[in-house]
Design a protein around this ligand. Structure first.
Ligand code: V47
Length: 366
């Protein structure tokens, strides 16, 4: 059966034809997709593309998130995780503590450690390099997906080094790839409102361009559901698509729904599950050159993440084990979903679970 049978909004017709012909969608098409009342028609279109790319496969990995410190000088208004240096709840792990977490994760089956943290006023690039070296020495098989472009930008300022110099030091110390956090919404209007003290959208894109040029793979994100407009979402997605045309270095796009609790923007109501599904579907359709769309269950909650697997998403991220950034902002998802439970959830959604490593080599088909 073709997707035609599923849509009720005539405005989706020309877009469906483009998708079927493998034609690229425009910014105007993106706005039609954000505005259509026909969410199921939109989902069916995105699902077609998802199945063209990946068939029934749904990817996940065994990973652990480590946030070495929550001390941060950026004070982003959407963030509940960052703390001033002497504030209640401020912490910084020692290198030994980070290594111990890496050891535990490896013993539990993890292949990847996802490391991101606050912009700490005193921890030097050398400290972070020592942390990576110690982790690699203790657990040489673990892939270290570490540091957002915002942290890399901060290291360049702190140390007076270029982006290339910072990335070369980090990779020499053991960094294997970069996560996609910190992108938020690229539009300067939004940056000014929600995160004026950190790297701009343009800088975030430049740093990923440079990282890809050095051979590093990375992911990309968009934080939605706060003060951004649909036009700004489309602009964000098309900027990612344009960079991917240049470099091919993005592996996955991860839409992140804003969680308002305990943030300076707590008066904003959290977006509904329907908005989450719409963003997943539009992302799949516009980002025709980024292989994977993640339904990050930590942010979406498990049930919405399962439905998202039929709205364009083909990846659930991983087992995670401990998550602070959105749990500090009110997320009610669990901290960990063990491997057998991820497999069960993917099967229950009618998909084929595929364990992958960070760079999408298949580890095991279930
Ligand atoms: O950079 C911060 C966002 C990101 C809130 O690359 C918030 O594979 C919602 O980037 N509500 C961290 N979001 C998470 C992230 C990520 C997660 C999983 C996989 C990957 C990947 C990347 O979370 C931050 C920021 O953009 N964030 N505060 C909040 N209140």
């Amino acid at each position: 059966m073709s997707a035609r049978a599923f849509w009720n909004d005539e405005a989706l017709g020309p877009i469906a034809e483009k998708v079927a012909a493998g034609e690229r969608l425009t910014a105007e098409d993106g706005l039609v997709l954000f505005h259509t009342p026909d969410l199921l028609g939109l989902g069916a279109l995105a699902n077609q593309l998802r199945e063209t790319f990946h068939g029934n496969a749904t990817y996940f990995n065994q990973n652990r998130h480590i946030n070495p410190t929550n001390i941060c000088i950026a004070h982003c208004r959407f963030c509940a995780f960052g703390r001033a240096p002497k504030a209640a709840g401020a912490y910084e792990y020692s290198i030994e503590e980070v290594v111990e977490m890496g050891r535990e994760a490896e013993a539990a089956g993890a292949r990847e450690i996802h490391i991101v943290g606050g912009l700490h006023p005193d921890l030097s690039l050398e400290w972070y390099c020592s942390m990576l070296e110690a982790l690699k020495e203790a657990c040489p098989e673990l892939h270290l997906k570490a540091f957002t472009a915002v942290e890399v930008d901060y290291f360049t300022e702190l140390e007076g080094l270029s982006v290339v110099e910072v990335l070369e030091r980090l990779t020499k110390a053991g960094m294997d790839s970069m996560p996609g956090g910190g992108a938020e919404i690229f539009a300067p209007r939004v940056h000014k409102i929600i995160c004026r003290h950190k790297a701009t959208g343009e800088r975030w894109l430049d740093i990923h361009r440079i990282a890809h040029g050095l051979g590093l793979k990375s992911n990309c994100t968009m934080l939605y559901g706060h003060v951004e407009t649909d036009e700004e979402r489309v602009d964000h997605l098309l900027k990612l698509r344009a960079l991917q045309d240049e470099t091919g270095g993005f592996q996955a796009f991860v839409p992140l729904v804003f969680h308002p609790d305990n943030t300076a923007l707590r008066r904003i109501r959290k977006a509904s599950g329907l908005v989450d599904l719409r963003v997943i579907a539009v992302s799949r359709l516009l980002l025709d050159n980024i292989p994977h769309i993640k339904a990050y269950w930590i942010m979406l909650g498990i049930k919405t993440a399962q439905v998202a697997l039929s709205f364009g998403a083909d990846d659930l991220d991983g087992t995670v084990v401990e998550e602070k950034i959105v749990h500090d902002a009110g997320a009610d998802s669990p901290q960990e979903v063990p491997l057998d439970e991820l497999v069960r959830l993917i099967r229950a959604a009618g998909r084929e679970p595929v364990e992958r490593d960070t760079v999408y080599n298949v580890v095991k088909r279930f």
